[in-house]
Design a protein around this ligand. Structure first.
Ligand code: GUN
Ligand code: ZN
Length: 448
């Protein structure tokens, strides 16, 4: 059993919106359960809890904030080396930079070395769970999930399905791609903290036969995840309309093949209509809002007000390498900016909203966990949650220190952190109750 004394922030695991809890002088207590999984056993005010756990060692982190490890709802690990590659929008970017980089993952040695760097980088930024794309090469998933397993991380990933409109080196073959997917499910899904996601890259890259096969696997393995892209970019949208003239919308293609259900997560969702949003709400499929990617690729601005009114489940994602940063703080600030916009990107108006700091933070923790069907598992410090959390320094930079010191409320204080923090504010990351296995520049001494 261990405990940490610090300010604590977390959210109700099951609420369909942000319900924050905050303790300015809190105690977080963790212990292994009967199966050996490190979980939170108590969380609350230090003065209340300390007498009950008086014999438990305390990691004293007063002056710091402990919060759940961040969850990235959509990221491409093979695009770690694509980040910052400018192009005239999504489709040229895929052709020019992304597919050539992804072709390199035919080499398992390359995949393993990128996977190591990827998790080092995520952990440096306080991200402890991802839903990640591999490439079309099954070995890319073995490399990623093998690395996650060695580090004790919770991670969900899948091999990209793309049997058409993809160049040599990344295009797969229909039957083999489905066999490979099933073999990867058997190898990885439910093993330790790992999960598998059936991963049709996007409707334009998949034949009817491949989407049909993906849907059949999604029905057979109902607790396996599904991940894809939808309604991201206007040229992509026109292409889908030409390829699937019989379907009412881009999203309706996925519906026809049985790919909308709980545990299905679709990145972007900028160009949805009311019927699409109702369909998402009815099926329980979620949207991974990816604002830094949408800004970088010039895709458009996500309509929070419409999604929320329709009851769409959503959470935040970096979408690296379309995304500009691994940092959850960068993603949260971009989400705020995108929320403020009063246009969508195609000339259609949307309602600009000012998302609260607690809302942004929730979308990257408990809200994202809920979108994954992992409420009570990760994304919270509520008792029972797995012990994945971050220690943040609200005075990590001169401006952060100055601005957070002047905050008049919790909301203002969190907003200052969101606007001004980066990896320098992440002083420790705890994964399954243990320090994450990578070097931070400065270890925090225990005061007692
Ligand atoms: N649509 C299909 N593939 C991709 C990808 O790799 N990134 C993004 N942002 N959109 C996609
Ligand atoms: Zn993506």
């Amino acid at each position: 059993m261990q405990s940490w004394r610090a300010s604590l922030l977390w959210f109700d695991p099951e609420a369909d919106g942000p319900r924050p809890h905050f303790e300015s002088d809190g105690l977080l207590v963790t212990a292994a359960d009967a199966a050996g999984v490190q979980r939170v056993v108590a969380v609350g005010a230090y003065d209340t809890l300390r007498p009950r756990y008086s014999d438990v060692a305390v990691h004293d982190r007063r002056g710091r904030l402990i919060a759940p490890g961040f969850i990235d709802l959509h990221i491409h690990y093979p695009q770690t080396d694509v980040i910052g590659s400018p192009a005239d929008g999504l489709l040229p970017w895929l052709e020019r930079y992304t597919f050539p980089q992804e072709a390199r993952f035919a080499d398992p040695g390359h995949a393993a070395s990128v996977a190591r760097f990827f998790f080092d980088e995520l952990l440096r930024h306080g991200v402890t769970t991802v839903l990640a794309f591999g490439t079309s090469h099954p070995g890319s998933v073995d490399a990623l999930l093998g690395e996650a397993q060695a580090r004790g991380l919770r991670c969900i990933a899948g091999k990209s399905l793309q049997d058409r409109h993809s160049p040599d080196g990344v295009r797969d073959e229909t039957e083999a791609s489905l066999r490979d997917t099933e073999a990867l499910i058997a190898r990885w899904h439910g093993r330790d903290r790992l999960g598998y996601a059936i991963t049709p890259r996007f409707a334009p890259s998949c034949s009817d036969a491949q989407l049909h096969g993906a849907g059949a696997l999604a029905a057979r393995y109902s607790d396996v995840w599904i991940q894809s892209h939808v309604a991201e970019n206007l040229d992509e949208l026109r292409w889908v309309r030409a390829l699937y003239p019989q379907d009412r919308s881009y999203l309706a293609v996925y519906e026809r093949f049985g790919l909308l259900r709980r545990r299905a997560v679709y990145a972007h969702g900028i160009y949805l209509d009311d019927a699409d949003r109702a369909l998402l709400a009815r099926t329980g499929a979620a949207v991974a809002v990816s604002p830094t990617s949408n800004l970088f690729l010039g895709s458009g601005f996500f309509d929070y007000a419409a999604a929320r009114e329709a009851g769409v489940t959503l959470g935040l994602a970096s979408d690296v390498g379309g995304g500009m940063s691994f940092s959850p703080f960068a993603t949260m600030r971009a989400a705020y900016t995108v929320g403020r916009a009063s246009v969508r990107g195609d000339g259609a108006a949307k309602r600009g909203v000012s998302l609260a700091a607690t809302d942004l933070w929730w979308q990257h923790t408990a809200g994202a966990a809920r979108a994954l069907g992992l409420a009570w598992v990760v994304g919270s410090l509520a008792p029972g949650s797995e012990a994945d959390f971050v220690v943040l320094d609200p005075a990590a930079t001169p401006l952060l220190a100055r601005r957070t010191a002047q905050a008049a409320s919790l909301e203002e204080w969190l907003f200052a952190l969101i606007l001004l923090a980066d990896d320098r504010a992440v002083t420790e990351v705890v994964v399954a109750g243990a320090p994450a296995s990578h070097a931070f520049t400065e270890a925090t001494p225990d005061l007692h």
